[in-house]
Design a protein around this ligand. Structure first.
Ligand SMILES: NC(=O)c1ccc[n+]([C@@H]2O[C@H](COP(=O)([O-])OP(=O)(O)OC[C@H]3O[C@@H](n4cnc5c(N)ncnc54)[C@H](OP(=O)(O)O)[C@@H]3O)[C@@H](O)[C@H]2O)c1
Length: 264
């Protein structure tokens, strides 16, 4: 018997990365709350996972772009005293240039990729800080680091997820709350079908299986990584990137513009 590890709430649990998290977290002894819109898929997953892993699995069907649904999930996160882990996996994005997609799509993306993720992250962060323990996993994307190579709005929203996670990790230091941003590269899920794109057009060498992605992300969580880049062969490259960013720090705010602008 795996010891009870507390409850994990996973958004986007009906398919892809979130669905794999649900399986893997159940195997680690977590009871689950599964969140997505497709109630039938969630119920089927809940029945199977409950039977196979012997944990309690609850379904919360919710469209996280709807304020009332988001509030219900937020309240569950805020009040469930057994909650130990939040995985913000729900997300979507188009491929191709930003102006090729209708403006309405971007409102929904902002609501899901940004507003819902921030709302649930804050609710969990408050509850976990009060209890002195808990972990929040935010699924960002490697495109957060390279917006020139993907739909600009999606990349910007994923950069938000990365910055929110890093900033909150700094703010909550010492309060026992672990934060992790996971930055997948191309991962074989329904993401591309939903975007109307063919994953077959992408070189196979660039595509990770969702099971491998989640296994690496959980390994990164276990060792306390705040940012996990499952594809990156050498973590020293990330550390160099971060060191360059922090090197800018002392010079990001001065009384006078830099000499090259010839002001004053
Ligand atoms: N696949 C990749 O290459 C890749 C790379 C980098 C980052 N990511 C990120 O990984 C995360 C998971 O995506 P995935 O690749 O696993 O794609 P996926 O298979 O399409 O899964 C997306 C999940 O989000 C849920 N969802 C979509 N709209 C929702 C809404 N309005 N309210 C609630 N849930 C909603 C979907 O469930 P319902 O349809 O049942 O609601 C589904 O469970 C996303 O944040 C994505 O941006 C993916």
């Amino acid at each position: 018997m795996t010891p009870h590890a507390g409850t994990a709430l996973v958004t986007g649990a009906s398919s892809g990365i979130g669905a794999v998290y649900a399986d893997r977290l159940a195997a680690r002894g977590h009871d689950l709350v599964l969140v997505a819109r497709d109630a039938a898929r969630l119920r089927a997953a809940a029945e199977r996972i409950g039977r196979e892993a012997g944990v309690a699995v609850e379904v919360m069907a919710a469209d996280l772009t709807r304020p009332s649904d988001l509030a219900a999930v937020r309240d569950r996160v805020a009040t469930d005293a057994d909650l130990r882990l939040l995985v913000n996996g729900a997300g979507l994005g188009p491929l191709g240039p930003s102006l090729d997609s209708p403006a309405e799509l971007y409102d929904g993306m902002l609501d899901l990729n940004v507003r819902a993720l921030q709302t649930l992250t804050f609710a969990a962060a408050r509850a976990f800080a009060d209890r002195g323990g808990g972990a929040i996993v935010n699924i960002a994307s490697a495109v957060a680091l390279i917006p020139e190579r993907f739909n600009a709005a999606y990349a910007a929203q994923k950069a938000f997820v990365l910055a929110l996670t890093q900033g909150l990790a700094a703010e909550l230091g010492g309060k026992g709350v672990r934060l992790q941003a996971v930055l997948p590269g191309v991962t074989r899920t329904e993401f591309f079908d939903r975007a109307g794109a063919d994953i077959g057009q992408i070189p196979a060498a660039m595509i990770m299986e969702a099971g491998d992605l989640v296994a690496a992300a959980l390994a990164g969580l276990d060792v306390g990584e705040i940012v996990t880049l499952p594809s990156l062969p050498d973590m020293a490259d990330w550390q160099t990137f971060e060191a360059a960013r922090f090197h800018l720090g002392p010079n990001l705010s001065h009384r006078m513009p830099a000499a090259r602008y010839h002001v004053g």
